[in-house]
Design a protein around this ligand. Structure first.
Ligand code: ATP
Length: 365
C-alpha cells in the first residue's frame, strides 16, 4: 500500500464484476447474478430505488462484502475477489462523510497517507496537491467542524483520493445536503471527478444527479441491472417500460389496441393515439412530456382536463386527466399556459412515441 500511495499519478483501473450475486444469511437476495464492466477512468452511476441492491454492489467492489460463490471481482488484470478491503486500494466517500471532527482539513486529507506510512515530506506534498485540486487550499488549517456541508463533501473526496486509490467509490455523496446546495454541488462534483481522472462508481437514487455526473448509468431494480448506457441513450432509447418511467418520467398510455387498415392506434378514454408501428404482445406505449403539444380541443385527436400546473421557468409542467387511465404529464413551452380546469387538446407526433417491452411491474410499485 505504501508503494501505491507514493507511485506516479494514475487514472484508475478497469473494474469488472462477473457473475456477482449476494444472498444475505437471512435469505435476502440483495443482488442477482450481475456483470458490470467499468472502463479505466470512467465515472459510472448505479441508479435505482431504495433497496434495489446498489449499495450491496458497491460494497462488493470495495471488499466490504463478499459475493456469493462463483462471483469474481477484477481490478484491471488483478483478481481481487479474495483481497481484503485494506489491500484493494479503494477510496470511499459516504453520505455521512465520516470526517474526523477534531482534525483540520489538511489533517483529514493526510490521514490515509499517515496510516500507510508514506514519508512525511511526500505526504505533505500529496496533501497540498489534492487540496489544490479540490479547491481547499485556503481552508487547509481550518477545523472540519467549521465547514459548510459542501466544503465537507469536498474534504471527504480529497481524503479519499489522497492515497491515489485505483478505484473511487461514492455512496450517495450528496444526499446529506439540502436540495439547493445539492443542485449546485452536482456540477461541481462532476467537474472535480473529471479533473481527478480516476475510475469512479457512485450510488444514487436521484436521476438528475446520475445524469449530471456519470458518463454511463446502470439502472437497477430488484437486485438486477436493467440497462447500462449513457444518459442520452437511457433517455432516448430506454430498454423497457421501467427505465422509461424511472429515467425522465415518460407517460404510459394504456388503451384498447386497434389496427384497422394497417394504421396502428390506441383507443383511449380521451381520444385516439396513432402509433408508429403495430403493438406486439408484451409491449407498452410511452410518451415523453416534452413531445406532447397542447392543441385546440375541437380538432386534436385527444382531449383532457388540466388538473395541475407548475411554472418551471422554461416551460409549464401540466397534469392532464381523462386522456388515458393515468394522468398525463405535459411540458408546455411558452410564456403563457392553460389554466387549471381548462379542457385541452393533445397532439403527439407518432415518431416520438416509444414502444417498449413491458417490465413485469412499474416504477414506484
Ligand atoms: P438504499 O438506496 O436504500 O441504500 P440500496 O439500493 O443501496 O438501497 P442495498 O442496501 O444494497 O439497497 O440493499 C438491497 C437489499 O438487501 C435490501 O432489501 C436490503 O434490505 C437488503 N440488505 C442489505 N444488507 C443486508 C444485510 N446485512 N442482511 C440482510 N439483508 C440486507
Amino acid at each position: 500500500m505504501t508503494g501505491k500511495a507514493g507511485s506516479a499519478s494514475r487514472s484508475g483501473t478497469r473494474i469488472r464484476l462477473d457473475g456477482c450475486a449476494k444472498t444475505f444469511p437471512d435469505g435476502t437476495r440483495a443482488l442477482l447474478d450481475t456483470t458490470l464492466d467499468v472502463a479505466h477512468g470512467e465515472i459510472m452511476a448505479l441508479l435505482g430505488p431504495s433497496g434495489c441492491g446498489k449499495t450491496t454492489m458497491l460494497r462488493i467492489v470495495a471488499g466490504l462484502e463478499t459475493a456469493d460463490a462463483g462471483g469474481r471481482v477484477r481490478f484491471g488484470e488483478d483478481d481481487v475477489t479474495a483481497v481484503p478491503i485494506e489491500k484493494r486500494a479503494v477510496g470511499m466517500v459516504f453520505q455521512s462523510y465520516a470526517l474526523f471532527p477534531n482534525m483540520t482539513v489538511a489533517g483529514n486529507v493526510g490521514y490515509g497517507l499517515k496510516v500507510q506510512g508514506v514519508p512525511r515530506h511526500q505526504a505533505a506534498q500529496r496533501v497540498e496537491e489534492v487540496l489544490a485540486l479540490c479547491q481547499l487550499t485556503a481552508l487547509a488549517g481550518r477545523s472540519v467542524s467549521a465547514l459548510s456541508g459542501g466544503q465537507r463533501q469536498r474534504v471527504a473526496l480529497a481524503r479519499a483520493v489522497a492515497p491515489r486509490p485505483r478505484v473511487l467509490l461514492l455512496d450517495e455523496p450528496l444526499s446529506a445536503l439540502d436540495a439547493a446546495l445539492r443542485d449546485h454541488l452536482r456540477s461541481e462534483l462532476a467537474a472535480l471527478l473529471r479533473r481527478l481522472n480516476t475510475t469512479a462508481i457512485f450510488v444514487t437514487h436521484d436521476q438528475a444527479e446520475a445524469m449530471a455526473i456519470a458518463g454511463r448509468i446502470a439502472v437497477m431494480r430488484s437486485g438486477r441491472i436493467l440497462q447500462i448506457d449513457t444518459p442520452e441513450a437511457l433517455y432516448h432509447a430506454p430498454a423497457n417500460s421501467y427505465v422509461a418511467e424511472f429515467v425522465g418520467g415518460a407517460n404510459r398510455f394504456d388503451g384498447a389496441y386497434s389496427d384497422p387498415d394497417d394504421s396502428a392506434k390506441l383507443v383511449l378514454p380521451g381520444g385516439e393515439l396513432r402509433l408508429p408501428r403495430p403493438l406486439t404482445n408484451g409491449h407498452a406505449v410511452y410518451v415523453r412530456p416534452e413531445t406532447i403539444a397542447i392543441a385546440n380541443p375541437e380538432t386534436a385527436p385527444m382531449t383532457g382536463e388540466v388538473t395541475g400546473l407548475i411554472f418551471q421557468g422554461t416551460h409549464y409542467r401540466l397534469t392532464v386527466d381523462g386522456v388515458t387511465s393515468r394522468a398525463v404529464t405535459v411540458d408546455h413551452p411558452g410564456r403563457t399556459g392553460p389554466k387549471i380546469g381548462d379542457r385541452v387538446g393533445l397532439e403527439i407526433n407518432p415518431e416520438t412515441i416509444l414502444v417498449l417491452p413491458d417490465s413485469d411491474d412499474q416504477a414506484g410499485t
